[in-house]
Each structure stands twice: as C-alpha cells, then as structure tokens.
Design a protein around this ligand. Structure first.
Ligand code: 13P
Length: 257
C-alpha cells in the first residue's frame, strides 16, 4: 500500500447520543495510530455531534440525495451533510441499492451531487451470492462500478483524493464470513484495472480500494496483506472502540514493525 490505509466505520442504523462516548474513544485512539486514516459514518442525526467531538477522525454520511434541495420530504442533500460537518459520503451501499431500489444511474447522480459540494465519496460495489455462484461476479461488479461512477470528464482532477471504492460482496455483509483472500485479490485486481482504464495510470492507480464484509480484528491482518487492499469498510465491528481499533491496529502494524 503506497497510501495510508483507510479504515471507515459504517454505523448503519445504529447509534443515539449515548454512542457519542464511543465515537470520542475511537477518535482519541485514532490519534495514537496516525499511520492509519480512521473515519466514521454515523447516522445523519449524529453527524454534527460526532463532528464536534472529533479532533482527528473525519465524519461522513451513509447516503445523500441527488438533488440540491426542493420538495423531497425526508431526504437530505449533499450540501446539508457537508454543512453538518461531513467530509465524505458512502454511496451505492448494497443495503440502499436493495432496500431503496437505487439504480446505478441514481447512485451516479448522487456521486456528482456530492462531488459538486466538495465531499469525498466512497463508492460501494459488490455481487450477490447468486451472481457469484453463477460465475458472473467479476463481470457484474465491473459493470456496476463503471455505471455508478461519474464519467471521467465529470470527475474532479484529483480523482484519487476524492474517490474511494469499496468492494463489499453482499453475501459477506453481516454474515460473519468474509470473502476469501483469493476472491478479494481477484476482485480488487479487476477494480484496479478498471480505475486505471477510466481515470488513467496516475490517478487510477492511487484510488484506495477498501474491502468490506465481516471484517473483524482477527481476520483484518490477512485481508490487509492482500494486494490492492487499501483498507476496510467496517459495519458491526465499528460499533465499539475495541473491535474497531483492533482492525485499525492490524492496518498499522506492517508500518510499525
Ligand atoms: P459488516 O462489517 O457488519 O459485515 O458490514 C459491512 C458493511 O456493510 C459496511 O458497509
């Protein structure tokens, strides 16, 4: 890994103000692991409170709307999350693609809206168990990712700074069974080649590609040793400082030994 490993916690629909002490503990622990970039994406309601607590970590959102504003009851725009203190937004998570019928085209529009207000984006992709079993995982993920990312001419010049990709096979999310290191290596290699094809060698080779899906302190080190893994997008194990920082420690160890 040429860049700092990036370890991002996705709290999903977990967390009330009672969790602010955990966020503070994560932030203070992250100050002791400066070779790793640690970030948290709490629910919308905690973005501003976590931002106020945080001295080190960046705070992000788990989604945003594709429009700047208007009659969209219950929705939140990219400008609003930025105003609340978010520096990045996770887009195209499979739980949104499935639970909210988000198409590749909508995810792409959200990405453009987020980039337009200066946010960094974490673009998620990943295949279902059926896709993998039928041998279509690689083709599916390539197609999904290319259709979800804004085209190169609409991306900012500093693509590698603004874009992170997260490969999260749906069957590995929340199941306790992460993808094998062989499967991760294959898919991250394919994603790297696509990023270079889309954005050129200079930027495409530097975009960090995170793995997500049942990352825990006890499997993190072997996952981080896989070529082209630039960090992790962590769900369940990001909810407590001990397990989340156990993962961050696994990412920093190769550099500290
Ligand atoms: P788990 O780490 O709970 O499997 O969730 C992964 C995920 O979906 C992160 O976005």
């Amino acid at each position: 890994m040429t860049r700092r490993p990036y370890i991002v916690g996705n709290w999903k629909m977990h967390g009330t103000r009672a969790m602010l002490s955990e966020a503070r503990a994560i932030d203070r622990a992250a100050q002791r692991h400066m070779k790793v970039e640690v970030a948290l994406a709490p629910p919308y309601t905690l973005i501003h409170p976590v931002h106020r607590e945080a001295e080190q970590i960046a705070v992000g959102a788990q989604d945003c709307h594709d429009q700047d504003g208007g009659a969209h009851t219950g929705d939140i725009s990219a400008a609003m999350i930025a105003d609340a203190g978010a520096k990045f937004v996770i887009l195209g998570h499979s739980e949104r693609r499935q639970g909210h019928s988000e198409s590749d085209a909508l995810v792409r529009a959200k990405a453009q809206a987020a980039l337009a207000v200066g946010l960094r984006i974490i673009m998620c992709c990943g295949e279902s168990a059926e896709m993998r079993e039928s041998g279509q995982a690689v083709a599916f993920v390539k197609r999904q990712l290319e259709a979800s990312l804004p085209p190169a001419d609409l991306m900012p010049a500093d693509v590698a700074e603004r874009l992170t990709v997260a490969y999260e096979p749906i069957w590995a999310i929340g199941t306790g069974t992460a993808a094998t290191t062989d499967d991760i290596a294959e898919m991250h290699g394919v994603i790297r080649a696509l990023l270079v094809e889309l954005f050129g060698e200079e930027q495409g080779a530097e975009v960090r590609i995170l793995y997500g899906g049942s990352v825990k302190p006890d499997n993190a080190a072997e996952i981080f040793a896989v070529p082209e893994v630039g960090g992790a997008l962590v769900g369940g194990a990001s909810l407590t400082v001990d397990s989340f920082m156990g993962i961050a420690l696994a990412a920093s160890e190769p550099f500290e030994s």
